[in-house]
Design a protein around this ligand. Sequence first.
Ligand code: ATP
Length: 231
Amino acid sequence: MLPVTLQQVNKRYQLDSVAVPALADINLEILPQRFTVLSGPSGSGKTTLLNLVGCIDLPDSGQITVAGENVQQLSDSALADFRLRHIGFVFQNFNLLPVLSAFENIEYPLLLAKVARPARHKRVKMLLDAVGLSEKSQHLPGQLSGGQRQRVAIARALATQPQWVLADEPTANLDSHTGASIIALMRQMQRELAVSFIFSSHDPQVLAAADDAVLIRDGRIVAIERKMAVA
Ligand SMILES: Nc1ncnc2c1ncn2[C@@H]1O[C@H](COP(=O)(O)OP(=O)(O)OP(=O)(O)O)[C@@H](O)[C@H]1O
């Protein structure tokens, strides 16, 4: 599995006539099959960096490679397909579709990926079991606790067997006990399904669980701490 690489990446946001610098001179290699945390104060650029790696947004300059693909060269429709195949997303506010059951929320990306019904159902059942929610498969998000909703969101992110799962402050709306169980679940999924996780987080629990920590200040990387030896 290939790393994610960013070379000389710059990103500004245009706010009326003012250009707001968000990331400057980012050079980074994010290693596969690990837990990487992007950490830094509010406004430092964590979400922007996650959005660039997730191909939700494009840099103003520089190169980003994900799964061996130079992503800025892809057309919009090729990018959407690339995201579906290679990247799963977990958000702090869960972003589940409120009218769909837990089962249907997890199934949704598989429908988009045109996976046939028997394989779809098998995968959803396996994931519901893996996140400990087999009993709640027909519940709507509004009938689940915050921690259970985030479990559904993690299962949904893993549905299409992506290489990378990006999680933007995944524990921000959870109490610390529930947050700890969500981190443990993601760690277990990372090992069992050989998936790579990248988080943005202020949460010391997430930072403590990381293999690698990338510290960002004012849009620049100030330190990269590899806590687990590179294999
Ligand atoms: N859509 C936007 N338009 C204008 N400026 C933006 C936009 N999104 C982010 N910014 C600015 O870019 C910088 C980086 O923002 P970003 O959201 O990446 O930070 P963050 O580290 O994720 O912050 P937080 O921890 O508060 O979520 C900030 O100065 C922010 O105000």
